[in-house]
Design a protein. Structure first.
Length: 415
C-alpha cells in the first residue's frame, strides 16, 4: 500500500530511549486483567510452540537418529513465532542460512585454522558474506551461528554439518505443519485481533477531528492528519494473508472460507475508510485556515463515524434483521452530512462532507450490507452527496490517499 512508514509521534520528542522507557512504564502499570488477557490470547501460540518443539525433537532424534537435535526444536519454535504470513519464507531463510553458514565455516576453518582470534574472524567474515547475499535478519543470524558452530567444534566433530542442516529442515516443516495444519489459530479471530487497535485509533482521531471542527483549530486538525498518516495497516494485511493461508491449507479451517471472505472484505473497506479519514483531516484543516464555514453537523457526523468504527468489528452479519449499532451510527452520520450540505459549505467543507460519506458507506458495507443497498441508503439519507465514484473538488486532490487494496473480483457484485 502507498502509505508512509511508521514514525515516533511528536509527543515522544523523537527520543527513542524516552519512548522505550515510556512503553516499559506503561507495561509495568498493566492491570491483572490486562495481563490475563494477554495470556489468554497467547495460550494457543504457546501450545503450538510446545507441541512443535516436542515433535521436532522426536523426529530429529528418533527418526533421523541425531543424538543432539537442539537446532530442530529451536527452528520449529522460531517458525511459529514469526509473522504468520512469512512462515514459509522465514523457514526457507533459516534453512538457507544454515547451509551457507556451514559451507562458509568449513571453508574459512580450512583457510585460517582454529583459535580465539580465528573464531572471531570466521564469524565476522561469515556475517559480512551473508549481508552481501541478503539483508534478511533470519538468514544473517543463521549464517553466523552455523559458522560459529563449525569454527568451535571442527575438527573435533566432523559429522555436524549434515545433522544441523537436517535439523533446520525438520524444525521448519514441523513448525509449519503444527501452526497451519494441525493446531491453526482461528482465521477470523486473527483479523479481528489485528484490526481492533487500528479501528480504535481511527475512531479516536475522528473524535479529535470533531473537536478541531467545533473549536476551529487548524493545528489540531493538522496533528490529527499527522497521526492518521502514521497509522500502519501492515499488521492487518499480514493477518489477512495468514488467514488465507490457514483456510487454504488446514482441513480444520476449510469451513471458515465463506465467513472469512466477508471479514476480509470488511477489513479492506475499513482500511479504505482509514485512508479517506486522512483526507477528512486535510480538507478540514484547509477549511479552517481559509476561514470557510464548518457546519456543526459535520463535527457531529465525524463523532458518529468514530462510534461506527469502534463497533464495526463486533460482528459481520449480512442476514441480520435489524441494523447493527455500527450501521445505525453510520446512517446517522449520513443524515448529518446531508444537513451540513444544506447549510451551504464552501469547497473544502464540501470535500469533508463527501469523504465522511464514503467512510459511512464503507462502514455500512463492512458489516455485511451489499454495495447497491448501501448506495441506496446513501441516496435516501444524503441525496446531495456524490458517493465514492463521484468527483471531488480539485482542492482535495493533493495528498489524496490511494486505496491500493482491491476487492476480490468475486466480491464485487455480492457487496
Amino acid at each position: 500500500m502507498g502509505r508512509e512508514p511508521f514514525r515516533l509521534s511528536r509527543d515522544s520528542g523523537n527520543d527513542p530511549v524516552g519512548a522505550a522507557w515510556t512503553a516499559i512504564r506503561r507495561t509495568g502499570r498493566a492491570t491483572v486483567g490486562e495481563r490475563l488477557r494477554r495470556v489468554r490470547l497467547s495460550l494457543l501460540v504457546a501450545v503450538q510452540c510446545g507441541v512443535a518443539a516436542a515433535v521436532a525433537w522426536w523426529v530429529a532424534k528418533d527418526l533421523i537418529h541425531n543424538p543432539q537435535p537442539l537446532f530442530a526444536p529451536a527452528v520449529a519454535v522460531g517458525t511459529i513465532a514469526s509473522s504468520v504470513s512469512q512462515r514459509f519464507r522465514r523457514t526457507l531463510l533459516l534453512i538457507a542460512g544454515v547451509a551457507v553458514g556451514i559451507a562458509l565455516g568449513d571453508l574459512l576453518v580450512s583457510w585460517v585454522g582454529q583459535g580465539y582470534v580465528q573464531i572471531g574472524v570466521i564469524v565476522a567474515a561469515a556475517i559480512l558474506v551473508a549481508v552481501l547475499l541478503s539483508d534478511e535478519g533470519a538468514f544473517v543470524t543463521q549464517v553466523g551461528g552455523s559458522a560459529l558452530v563449525i569454527a568451535v567444534l571442527f575438527p573435533a566433530r566432523t559429522d555436524i554439518a549434515l545433522p544441523r542442516f537436517l535439523d533446520g529442515v525438520v524444525g521448519g516443516v514441523v513448525g509449519i505443519l503444527i501452526a497451519v495444519v494441525v493446531l491453526p489459530l482461528h482465521p477470523i479471530h486473527r483479523i479481528r485481533r489485528a484490526g481492533r487497535p487500528l479501528l480504535d485509533q481511527m475512531a479516536a482521531e475522528l473524535d479529535r477531528l470533531a473537536d478541531a471542527a467545533l473549536a476551529r483549530d487548524a493545528e489540531l486538525a493538522r496533528q490529527g492528519l499527522d497521526r492518521l498518516r502514521r497509522l500502519d495497516t501492515s499488521e492487518v494485511e499480514a493477518a489477512m494473508s495468514g488467514a488465507d493461508e490457514v483456510v487454504r491449507i488446514s482441513p480444520l479451517r476449510w469451513h471458515n472460507q465463506s465467513a472469512l471472505q466477508g471479514w476480509r472484505h470488511g477489513a479492506i473497506l475499513m482500511i479504505r475508510s482509514l485512508l479517506h479519514s486522512r483526507d477528512v483531516a486535510l480538507n478540514l484543516e484547509r477549511a479552517i485556515r481559509d476561514d470557510e464555514p464548518v457546519p456543526r453537523s459535520l463535527a457531529e457526523a465525524a463523532r458518529c463515524l468514530a462510534e461506527a468504527a469502534r463497533t464495526v468489528g463486533t460482528g459481520w452479519s449480512p442476514s441480520a434483521s435489524r441494523p447493527s449499532r455500527s450501521q445505525r451510527a453510520a446512517m446517522s452520520a449520513l443524515r448529518l452530512v446531508q444537513e451540513a450540505l444544506r447549510s451551504g459549505p464552501r469547497v473544502s467543507g464540501i470535500n469533508v462532507a463527501n469523504e465522511l460519506t464514503i467512510i459511512a458507506v464503507n462502514t455500512i458495507r463492512a458489516s455485511g450490507v451489499r454495495k447497491r443497498d448501501a448506495e441506496s441508503l446513501r441516496r435516501d439519507l444524503a441525496p446531495d452527496t456524490a458517493g465514492e465514484s463521484g468527483k471531488r473538488h480539485p482542492a482535495s486532490d493533493q495528498g489524496q490517499p490511494r486505496p491500493d487494496l482491491p476487492l476480490p473480483p468475486a466480491m464485487g457484485d455480492a457487496f
